[in-house]
Design a protein. Structure first.
Lengths: 459, 226
C-alpha cells in the first residue's frame, strides 16, 4: 500500500529536479551561444573597419599609403591581427604573413581558416578583398582569444548548471517530503476508516491549498460514510426492536396456546408448525442483520491474529459426527502456523458454513476434505471440497447472491444466505471466495491475506 | 424459586410469568427500570430476568451494572432484541450471567434460568461428578459407569461434564453449543444432536437404566428419571 504512494511522490520529485535541470541547461546553452555570436560580430566589424581604412589609404595615398596603414595596424593590433597586401600576381607587398594563403581563401569573401604562423597553427577569421589596381588584401583576426573567452564562459556556465542541478534535486526532495507527508496523512486516515475506525478524519490547515481542499472533501465523504453506516446500524437496531418484539409476542401467544393443551392433536400440530415458521423468519432476519453488520466493516476494528489450524480443528470436530453418520470420509490437512488478521467468530462461521454445505451435499459414503495451505504470496487458502452434485457453472456466480438457491437443491433445508455470508466474510477480510468444480462435487476456495502481509502494510 | 422479571412488553411479560408460575416459581414483575431496580434491591431473588430495551430509553444493562456495583450477586439472565455478537459480549461484561435474544422459546428461557440458579448454588470446587452409577473424575479426566471405564474424546468429556453439572435439568442445544464449544456460531444442521447421540452410545449402550434423555421441543436431560 505504501510503496506505490512513495513512488508517486518520488516520481514527482525526480520529475521536478529533471525539469529544473533541463531548463537551467537550456538557459546556460543559450547564454553560451549568444556570447559566441556577439564575439564573432565584434571580430567581423573590426576586420571590416580595418579593410575599409586600408582601402581608403590606397585611394588617398597610393600603394605606399596602403602599406603604411598596414604597418600601423599590424603594430597596433599586435599578434592578433593578420594583414597582407599582395599585387596582381599574389606576391606579398606588405603585412605580417610571408606567403599569400591562396588555398585557404581562393576568392574574395569571408573565411574561417587555419594558418601556420611562427611554427604554430592558428584559427583565423579572414576577409579577402580585391582593391583598386588589381591589388589583393587580406585582413584577419586570430581566434585564439575567442577560444579562451568561450572556455571561460563554458566553465562559469557549467558551474552554474551544476549548482542548478543540486538546487533542483534539493528542491525536488523538499517537494517529495512535503507531498509525501500530506498524502501519507490522507492515506493514514483512509486506511483507518477501511479498518473500521469510522471516526477518523484527515487533518488539514485553515490555509486552503489544494491538499487542504482535498482533505476537506475526503472528510466530507468520510462523514457521509459514517452517517450511512450508523444509519444502517440504527435501522438494524430499530428493526431488531420493532420486529423482534412483535415476533416474540406472536411466538409467546402460540406457545401458550400449545401449552394450554388443546384436545385436537391436529391443532397442536398446526400451532407447532406456525412456531417453526416464525423461527425460520427469525433465522432469515438474523442472517440479514449479520450480513449488514459484516458489510458495514465495523468489525474490522476488532481484528486480531487468528490461528487457522486451531479454528479449523474446532469446526472439523464439530462436524465429524455428522460426517460419520453419512459414513463419508473426511480428510483434514490443516498445518499449524498459518494465521490471518481477522474476526475469529466470523471466520469460524465462514469455515463452518463451507463444511456444513459440504456435509449436506456429499452422498452417503462420500468424501469431504478441508485443506489449509499457503497460496500466492501473502495469502492463505482454505479449501473445502465434497463429491456431491456440485454447482452448475452457470449458477456459480449466482450462489453468493443473497437468497439465491440452486434449482436442484430446493428440497434441502436452508435459506440461501450461507454462501452470501461466507462471501461477505471473505470480502471483510480483504480476501475472496471462489467456487470451482471438484469433478464431481464442489470445491470452495476461501482465500485470505495472511496476518504478516496485513501487518506489514500498517505502519 | 423466586424470580424477578423486568420487561415492559405486557404480552411477553405475561407469557413468561404464566410459564414460570406453571413450573411452580414465584414471579415479581416490573415494567420499568426504576421499579425493577427497587424490587431487586429491596427483596431477595433466586434469579432475575431483565430486558434491555426499557421505557424512557433506559438500557436494562444499567440495572445490572448498578446491582453488581452494590455487590448484589443475584444470577441475571439478560433478555434482548439486540442480537449482534458484541451486544452479547457487552451484556455479559456488564455483569449478566447469560444472554437470550428475542424471540425465544419458553423452554429455552426456563432451562437457562434453572441452569443459572443451579450454578449460583454450586458448593465449592468439585472434583468428582456423580449421576446414578455414572462417575466423572475431573482431575484424572476418567469417566466410568458401573465401575467400567468409558473412554471419551476431549469434547465428549466437556459435553458430558456440562450435562452432569446440570443433572436432572433440561439443557437446550443452544446452551450446549455456547458452553461446550468456544465459537458459538450458527450451525445450520443438527450437529449437536449428532454429538449427543454419539455420547449416548458410549454411556448408555449396554447399561440400564438409560441416563441421557431427549426432552421434546427443548433439548436434553441427563438423569435417572426419564
Amino acid at each position: 500500500m505504501v510503496k506505490p504512494l512513495q513512488s508517486t511522490s518520488v516520481r514527482l520529485a525526480v520529475g521536478y529536479a529533471a525539469l529544473f535541470a533541463v531548463s537551467s541547461l537550456l538557459l546556460v546553452g543559450l547564454l553560451w551561444w549568444r556570447a559566441g555570436a556577439d564575439f564573432d560580430r565584434w571580430t567581423d566589424a573590426a576586420i571590416t573597419a580595418d579593410a575599409a581604412e586600408i582601402s581608403d589609404q590606397l585611394q588617398d595615398a597610393g600603394v605606399r599609403g596602403a602599406m603604411q596603414a598596414i604597418h600601423v595596424h599590424a603594430t597596433n593590433v599586435g599578434k592578433r591581427g593578420v594583414y597582407l597586401l599582395a599585387d596582381r600576381a599574389l606576391t606579398p607587398l606588405a603585412g605580417n604573413l610571408s606567403v599569400w594563403p591562396e588555398q585557404a581563401a581562393p576568392k574574395p569573401g569571408w573565411y574561417w581558416a587555419q594558418l601556420s604562423r611562427d611554427g604554430a597553427v592558428h584559427n583565423v577569421r579572414l576577409l579577402r578583398t580585391s582593391l583598386a589596381g588589381g591589388l589583393n588584401l587580406f585582413v584577419g583576426r586570430d581566434l585564439g582569444d575567442r577560444a579562451e573567452v568561450s572556455g571561460l564562459i563554458a566553465d562559469t556556465l557549467s558551474w552554474a548548471a551544476a549548482t542548478a542541478l543540486v538546487l533542483g534535486i534539493g528542491g525536488g526532495m523538499l517537494v517529495h517530503r512535503a507531498v509525501l507527508r500530506r498524502v501519507e496523512m490522507i492515506n493514514d486516515a483512509a486506511t483507518a476508516i477501511a479498518r473500521g475506525d469510522l471516526s477518523r478524519r484527515v487533518p488539514f490547515h485553515d490555509g486552503g491549498d489544494a491538499f487542504d481542499r482535498l482533505a476537506r472533501t475526503i472528510n466530507q465523504i468520510l462523514f457521509q460514510i459514517q452517517e450511512l453506516v450508523e444509519g444502517v446500524r440504527n435501522t438494524a437496531n430499530v428493526v431488531a426492536h420493532d420486529l423482534r418484539t412483535p415476533l416474540a409476542e406472536l411466538r409467546a401467544r402460540l406457545e401458550e396456546l400449545c401449552r394450554a393443551r388443546p384436545r385436537d392433536d391436529a391443532v397442536v400440530e398446526e400451532i407447532k408448525q406456525a412456531v417453526a415458521d416464525i423461527d425460520r423468519v427469525i433465522g432469515v432476519f438474523n442472517a440479514l442483520l449479520r450480513l449488514a453488520e459484516i458489510d458495514s466493516g465495523v468489525r474490522r476494528s476488532a481484528f486480531v491474529p487468528v490461528e487457522l489450524a486451531a479454528l479449523a480443528t474446532e469446526v472439523v470436530e464439530l462436524y465429524t459426527p455428522l460426517i460419520e453418520e453419512k459414513r463419508a470420509s473426511f480428510i483434514v490437512d490443516a498445518p499449524a502456523g498459518l494465521s490471518v488478521n481477522g474476526d475469529s467468530h466470523l471466520l469460524a462461521q465462514a469455515i463452518g458454513d463451507l463444511v456444513d454445505n459440504a456435509v449436506k451435499y456429499t452422498p452417503r459414503l462420500g468424501a469431504v476434505s478441508l485443506r489449509i495451505a499457503p497460496s500466492i504470496a501473502g495469502y492463505v487458502e482454505i479449501v473445502v471440497a465434497d463429491n456431491g452434485p456440485g454447482i452448475a457453472d452457470a449458477e456459480k456466480p449466482l450462489v453468493t447472491q443473497r437468497f439465491y438457491r440452486c434449482r436442484e437443491t430446493d428440497g434441502e433445508a436452508g435459506i440461501g444466505l450461507g454462501l452470501s455470508i461466507v462471501d461477505a466474510v471473505a470480502r471483510l477480510h480483504e480476501g475472496s471466495l471462489s467456487l470451482c468444480d471438484n469433478h464431481p462435487g464442489l470445491k470452495a476456495v476461501l482465500r485470505l491475506p495472511t496476518a504478516t502481509s496485513i501487518g506489514a502494510a500498517s505502519p | 424459586m423466586k424470580i424477578l422479571l423486568v420487561e415492559d412488553n405486557d404480552r411477553v411479560a405475561q407469557f413468561v410469568r404464566n410459564g414460570l408460575t406453571e413450573e411452580g416459581h414465584t414471579v415479581d414483575c416490573a415494567d420499568n427500570a426504576r421499579s425493577g431496580l427497587f424490587l431487586a434491591t429491596t427483596a431477595s431473588y433466586d434469579a432475575a430476568i431483565i430486558d434491555r430495551m426499557l421505557p424512557d430509553g433506559v438500557d436494562g444493562l444499567q440495572i445490572v451494572e448498578s446491582l453488581r456495583r452494590t455487590g448484589n450477586r443475584t444470577p441475571i439472565l439478560i433478555l434482548s432484541a439486540l442480537a449482534e455478537i458484541d451486544d452479547r459480549i457487552r451484556g455479559l461484561r456488564a455483569g449478566g450471567d447469560d444472554y437470550l435474544t428475542k424471540p425465544f422459546a419458553f423452554g429455552e428461557l426456563l432451562a437457562r434460568v434453572e441452569s443459572l440458579v443451579r450454578r449460583s448454588q454450586g458448593t465449592g470446587i468439585r472434583t468428582v461428578l456423580v449421576v446414578a452409577d455414572l462417575r466423572m473424575n475431573l482431575l484424572s479426566h476418567k469417566v466410568e459407569r458401573s465401575g467400567r471405564p468409558v473412554p471419551l474424546q476431549p469434547r465428549e468429556f466437556k459435553l458430558l461434564e456440562f450435562l452432569m453439572r446440570h443433572a436432572e435439568q433440561a439443557v437446550t442445544r443452544a446452551m450446549l453449543l455456547e458452553n461446550v464449544w468456544e465459537h458459538h456460531f450458527d450451525p445450520h444442521t443438527n450437529v449437536i444432536d449428532a454429538h449427543v447421540s454419539r455420547l449416548r452410545q458410549k454411556i448408555d449402550d449396554g447399561f440400564s437404566p438409560p441416563l441421557l434423555h431427549t426432552v421434546r421441543g427443548v433439548g436434553y436431560r441427563l438423569g435417572v428419571h426419564g
